[in-house]
Design a binder for this molecule. Structure first.
Ligand code: FAD
Length: 421
């Protein structure tokens, strides 16, 4: 990867952003906020104004939020800020020699700098019956709109994949009174992202709502009647009867456009520490970008979270407008809501972390502190927003309590951030 020094763009230059999701939208906003006066073109293949995805598996799916609540800004915002919004038109080719993007409609747009914010798409289930009606995925507003009415009509729901989105969907479905079965291949839910302590706690909450959670369970095939799904046959031969099956088994980064343009790609579009691709005229941000994470020993990391997309966008906008070439170092954080659990996670944990649970004696709130070689790397907070904010400050400021301090409820962690006088 060749890191290039950056010069600020000139006022007449043109910036093109491919992908009008959370990251692409934020890049356009941050460029204008930074007084970039050149042309900004935001290209999105979905036929909607840029919208936020988190409510798709929570409030929007459950009916508590409407379409307007999803939209990040009204159409008037883009007009007022002179952002050319090309919606419902996919970028199909990047010509790096001509610095030009070709769209499905045949339109061509020139760029001085190009930002790739193409996100991800659902990993497909490769199994007989996966194409039956009633088998759903959940990534876009269109996916959520297809699921919402089915959640009113049908009663038996199977969720294939016990990650964040699967468990959020399971919570909405159970709350709406459905029979819910979660089928997870690994030994615990949300295993890629959270500690065993948190997995165990959230599993117990779901089971308390009557949801069956089948761990270590593979899908053998889906079965149906007259083209509509009726159940999931597991690898052990058991059949889970279902009217709706949601498949949420991870995502694939949308890298093909970058790959065909000859950019480096490896589980995402490879970028350097300042989020530049192997072409210094092209940056990549958000879910599609694999960057060397300062919080994970510089390892190539691809995160899927709103904070990551937004902060990447802000970093690139700053680099393009002030010309400063600096490493992206923001502390990762994300959240999930399931039933009345507000789970907030700061930092990145890994499989062999030492975990110390610090429980608030006043109620059903706790945080799991994860350590690698006695160094705090991640804090998972359940219904403890104060502990989450403190954790972000500690991780960002390199102020790290020891496992013994965390285990001692009498120890005041806030004091670590207060300079001694
Ligand atoms: P996206 O928001 O996915 O935007 C990418 C856009 O690019 C898409 O519109 C895509 O269609 C478009 N695109 C792709 N290729 C092209 C092309 N060739 N031409 C034009 N357009 C193209 N994160 C959290 O932090 N907390 C949560 O609680 C949370 N909940 C979530 C719930 C759901 C159901 C989902 C799906 C995601 C959730 N996330 C959550 C993740 C978060 O929404 C993503 O990390 C975030 O949207 C990433 O932003 P992005 O801009 O990288 O990608």
């Amino acid at each position: 990867m060749t890191a290039a020094s950056s010069t600020p763009l000139k006022s007449h230059d043109s910036i093109v952003i491919i992908g009008a999701g959370q990251g692409g939208f934020q890049a356009a906003v941050s460029l204008r906020d930074a007084k970039f006066a050149g042309r900004i073109t935001l290209i999105g293949d979905e036929p909607y104004l840029p919208y936020q995805r988190p409510p798709l598996s929570k409030a929007y799916l459950g009916g508590a939020l409407d379409e307007d609540g999803l939209t990040l800004r009204p159409a008037s915002y883009f007009e007022r800020h002179d952002i050319d919004l090309l919606m419902g038109d996919a970028a199909v080719e990047i010509d790096r020699d001509r610095q030009e993007v070709k769209l499905a409609s045949g339109r061509r747009v020139n760029y001085a700098h190009l930002i790739l914010a193409t996100g991800t798409r659902p990993r497909p289930l490769v199994a007989e019956g996966a194409e039956l009606a009633g088998v759903h995925v959940l990534r876009t507003k269109e996916d959520a709109d297809a699921l919402r009415p089915r959640l009113i009509e049908e009663s038996r729901v199977a969720v294939v994949g016990g990650g964040f989105i699967g468990m959020e969907f399971a919570a909405v479905a159970a709350d709406a009174g459905h029979e819910v079965v979660v089928i997870e291949g690994l030994a615990r839910i949300m295993a890629r992202s959270v500690s065993p302590d948190l997995s165990e706690y959230v599993t117990a909450v779901h089971r308390g709502w009557g949801t069956r959670i089948l761990l270590g369970s593979g899908v053998q095939r889906l079965i149906g009647d007259a083209g509509r799904v009726t159940g999931v046959v597991l690898a052990n031969g058991e059949t889970v009867v279902a009217d709706i099956v949601l498949v949420v088994i991870g995502v694939l980064p949308n890298v093909e456009l970058a790959q065909e343009a000859g950019l480096e790609v490896a589980n995402g579009i490879s970028v350097d520490e300042s989020l530049l691709t192997s072409d210094p005229r092209i940056s990549a941000i958000g879910d599609c970008a694999s960057y060397p994470s300062a919080h994970d020993g510089g390892r190539p990391t691809r995160l899927e979270s709103v904070q990551n997309a937004v902060d990447h966008a802000r970093h690139v906008a700053a680099r393009l407008t002030d010309g400063s070439y600096s490493a992206y170092r923001n502390t990762p954080w994300f959240w999930t809501h399931q039933f009345d659990l507000n789970v907030q996670i700061a930092g990145i944990g890994s499989a062999n972390d030492e975990c110390v649970v610090r429980t608030d004696p006043a109620g059903n709130k706790f945080s799991v502190y994860r350590f690698q070689a006695d160094r705090l790397v991640c804090v998972e907070s359940v219904n403890q927003p104060g502990a989450h904010i403190l954790a972000r400050k500690m991780l960002t400021g390199e102020v790290r309590p020891t496992p013994a301090q965390v285990a001692d409820l009498a120890f005041d962690m806030k004091a670590l951030l207060t300079p001694a006088v």
